[in-house]
Every structure is written in C-alpha cells, then in structure tokens.
Ligand binder design. Structure first.
Ligand code: AMP
Length: 141
C-alpha cells in the first residue's frame, strides 16, 4: 500500500505535530509514546517513509535497529523495570494503528504487557520527566 504522508508520525517528523523527544540523528527519531502502556514507554522511528519493516530499505532498517538497541539500553537503565520488551507491528491486520514503522521500547515483562492497559493520554509532565531520565541514561551509556 502507498505510504500515507499524513500519518501522525510523518507529521511529527515534519515538525507539524509536537513530540517529547529523547533522541534524534540523521536517520532516526525516538520520543515518548503519548499513551504509554507503562512509564518509560518509548517509540523509535526511521526518517525514511516506510509503513512497515517489510517496506523499508536495508540501510534505514539497520539505522532504526541501531537506535532501538541504544534506546532500549537507556530505558532499561533509566526506568529500572524487570527488563525491556521490544515490539513492532506490521500492518493493520497485526494491530498497527500508525502507518509509519515504529519500534515500541517498554520497560516491562511479557506477562505485564498482556494485562489490559488504559488507552489514555499520559500526563505530559510525567512523560517529560521520564524523557529526562532516559536522556540522562543515554548520556551515561
Ligand atoms: P501501533 O499500535 O503499534 O501502531 O502503535 C502506535 C503507538 O503510537 C501507540 O502506542 C500510540 O499510543 C502511539 N501514538 C499515537 N499518536 C502519538 C503521538 N502523537 N505521539 C506519540 N505517540 C503516539
């Protein structure tokens, strides 16, 4: 399917919508999930326009994995959860709701992840405080 230039993450990449950023480089961006499944829930996206991992170039896939690895280490250190769950959905049929490739980085366990979570917007002040913790951990990796 053709990439939708008006999806919410494309708008964040163009600066048309805000995000609580924790990291950015030439090829990737990481920011707080606005409806966190748990404190510290972070998203990592490529700048290349791609809906799923199946659509992206090998070079951009390598860049987004590299950033995800680094963000996972920082989230683990900052949030001190039981571990870090990474997941990434490909296609609406799999449950993907934003059609721009993203990795979820969540400091939790699979058992906890399976519990129902309120799909409500996180408190912006808490999201910002967690972003600061993650940025601090990133700078001390
Ligand atoms: P998925 O269901 O894998 O497509 O996940 C999309 C994620 O994007 C969900 O966890 C949403 O909470 C999150 N999300 C949606 N809009 C925004 C936004 N404007 N800023 C940050 N995260 C968002």
């Amino acid at each position: 399917m053709a990439y939708d230039n008006n999806n919410v993450f494309a708008k964040i990449l163009r600066g048309e919508l805000p995000c609580i950023k924790v990291y950015e480089d030439e090829h990737t961006l990481a920011f707080m999930d606005i409806m966190p499944q748990i404190d510290g829930h972070t998203l990592v996206i490529p700048k290349e326009p791609a809906e799923t991992l199946l659509d992206i170039s090998d070079e951009a896939a390598a860049a987004v994995i590299k950033t995800t690895k680094r963000i996972a280490a920082a989230v683990d250190k900052a949030m001190q959860g039981p571990g870090v769950v990474l997941f990434q959905l490909n296609g609406a049929g799999a449950g993907q709701t934003v059609p721009h490739l993203h990795f979820h980085v969540i400091p939790t366990s699979l058992a906890e992840l399976r519990q129902p979570h309120a799909m409500v917007q996180g408190d912006p002040e808490v999201l910002k405080a967690n972003a600061e913790k993650i940025i601090g951990a990133l700078n001390s990796l």
